[in-house]
Design a protein around this ligand. Structure first.
Ligand SMILES: [Zn+2]
Ligand SMILES: [Zn+2]
Length: 310
């Protein structure tokens, strides 16, 4: 299988979705489909997977800008986009397709994943660069402004940065790479639904912008709003019995220890444990048990921090 150099072949933008670039080339050259760009194409649907498009594009030295052609995100079925970027830039960005990508930091608005007219989702294969299959212009989708924690979380996801002067529970020098940042946001988005989570439905709600928002707001507030962790843990405490949700907090710290052992998570873990200690103390009092703060700390740390089994 080989990518054929079409008569019109502008460089790919550094942040352009590989499949979106193929779409753009096809439209510019008035080809019916990006499949026309290939010799010996094995299957049309294979084209949409980022890995394949990246591999084929890397072999095409005329396409330019291959240094940043990393495959990003798991969403290879439907388009997620910023209507204002579509209007201004005219191409699809790689960053939109991550499951935990929810906002455009350039325009400070939520991404959308539906047609503004027929309201259907937009399969990558049958959506034109700027139009839904029904003919509606994607750029005409109504825009909704994001709050600052959501914007900061998106900047953190896209570039790893924490803006100057902004609150963040993680230190500026966190050193987390893109996949670690994606995994962190995904974990936080899913944690509030922990009791419901199974392998089968993990991330299900993140797959559509409409249902993803609430989870993304919760995660963004935990990371980038002063007092956000307490709010997050309070929301957690609205689940099930008090005994159960207090144990969920320890489970969260345990999960963080396993997936994110980096020192930059120490503050987050310490604050969560502190919240657990006070919650547990109050619970004990309510139930007529006396407990000692120092003992509770010791118990919490023993539960969640790495230790030698004795
Ligand atoms: Zn935008
Ligand atoms: Zn439509």
């Amino acid at each position: 299988m080989e990518l054929i150099k079409p008569p019109l072949h502008p460089d790919r933008f550094p942040d352009e979705l590989p499949y979106g670039y193929l779409k753009r080339l096809a439209e510019l050259n008035q080809y019916e489909s990006p499949a026309w760009l290939f010799r010996n194409l094995s299957s049309r649907s294979a084209l949409q997977t980022s890995a394949l498009s990246v591999a084929e594009l890397s072999a095409a030295d005329w396409a330019g800008n291959q240094s940043t052609a990393s495959a990003v995100g798991a969403n290879t079925q439907h388009l997620r986009y910023c209507p204002l970027c579509i209007a201004e830039r005219g191409y699809w960005r790689s960053a939109w397709q991550s499951w935990v990508s929810c906002a455009c930091t350039k325009h400070q608005i939520w991404l959308v994943d539906r047609c503004p007219s027929c309201h259907s989702r937009l399969p990558l294969a049958s959506t034109n660069l700027s139009h839904c299959a029904c003919g509606a212009r994607l750029a005409e989708a109504p825009v909704e402004i994001i709050d600052s924690p959501v914007e900061q979380m998106q900047m953190f996801l896209d570039e790893g940065g924490v803006p100057d002067g902004a609150y963040s529970i993680l230190p500026k020098e966190h050193g987390l790479d893109y996949s670690a940042r994606t995994a962190l946001i995904s974990l936080l988005c899913n944690w509030l639904d922990y009791p419901k989570l199974t392998v089968h439905n993990f991330n299900r709600e993140l797959k559509q912008c409409g249902t993803a928002r609430i989870h993304l707001v919760n995660a963004s507030e935990l990371l980038f709003l002063p007092g956000g962790l307490e709010t997050f843990l309070f929301r957690l405490s609205q689940r099930d019995s008090p005994e159960y949700y207090t144990s969920l907090i320890l489970k969260l710290v345990l999960r963080l220890n396993i997936d994110f052992p980096q020192p930059c998570f120490d503050t987050l873990k310490h604050q969560a444990l502190s919240y657990w200690v006070h919650l547990r103390k109050a619970l004990d009092q309510e139930q007529g048990r006396s407990s000692d703060i120092a003992d509770l700390w010791e118990y919490a740390e023993w539960q969640v921090l790495p230790h030698d089994p004795k």
